[in-house]
Design a binder for this molecule. Sequence first.
Ligand code: AHG
Ligand code: MN
Ligand code: MN
Length: 338
Amino acid sequence: MADAKPISLTRFLLEQQRDQGRINADLRLLIEVVARACKRISIAVGKGALGGVLGNAGTDNVQGEAQKKLDVLSNEILLEANEWGGHLAALASEEMDDPHPIPHRYPKGEYLLVFDPLDGSSNIDVNISVGTIFSVLRCPADIEPGEQAFLQAGTRQVAAGYAVYGSSTVLVLTLGDGVHAFTLDREQGTFLLTQSDMRIPEQTSEFAINMSNLRHWEPPMRQYIEELLAGRTGVRERDFNMRWVASMVADVHRILTRGGIFIYPRDMKDPDKPGKLRLMYEANPMAMIVEQAGGAATDGRLRILDIQPEKLHERVAVFLGSKDEVERVTRYHREAAT
Ligand code: AHG
Ligand code: MN
Ligand code: MN
């Protein structure tokens, strides 16, 4: 009889190192450490009001957003877990103005880790799914591990992933060879492989967007959504359904599971901002995951993974998910620009 025992994340990573030669021991350690930190965050999120972790921290982050207690706590958990292992050159996060160097007392490694410690934090206090998003880069050999070292296009990511703290906690990971999902066994405290090679269907009839911004959108964006809303009597000749969790991780996880398109376009509410979401720790890791699962990801014009970042906290418009829809809405934007 075949071995029916589920594969743990530890075993999966070891096999990626030993049998596939895809990762080295440092990258294996890095992913394990991030997964362990996600387990701790999952426990803190799960305690809810009983853990005294709900509500605002009383501080703002570098983007001027009010930090939740859980934003700060999740950031501390990830920092503390990753500082001492010797696998990193530096870390950077949504919740820190500048990159965090590895303290002198610890050895340094070749990788850079950048993360959104808690995504969707407006959902914490109302008991809706939140998550952690992370991206791993190599630190260029000739550069100090400051902001400049992080400014690499998404194509240079060596790994990306997210944990979604939903009705179950699921870690989704890519090492550049497909996308794999691990569900947290809460009794054992182990992530177990529950889906390998996730694939996003190329076609979809489901979209995710914050419709309340419609009046601020650019014309190609309005045209695209109006066609979806017209349903079977319009040019698309079929009905579309809509979902918006307001946690990117939860929306992307649904799209990975059953298809769909996720959009956070540039809008005229604040014309100086090219979008709301952040390139380095939201758009890039999600774009790598989505592409690895057969989907597409653009900023409405260009492939997200090809964008050369200029700032750590740079924002970008995001269109990702099922290929046919991402290509269509990207075409509308390109045609409008010519
Ligand atoms: P964060 O909580 O890390 O700041 O990210 C929130 C993001 C993203 O998760 C979500 O898709 C989007 O903000 C929701 O924005 P709106 O509240 O404008 O809908
Ligand atoms: Mn976020
Ligand atoms: Mn966040």
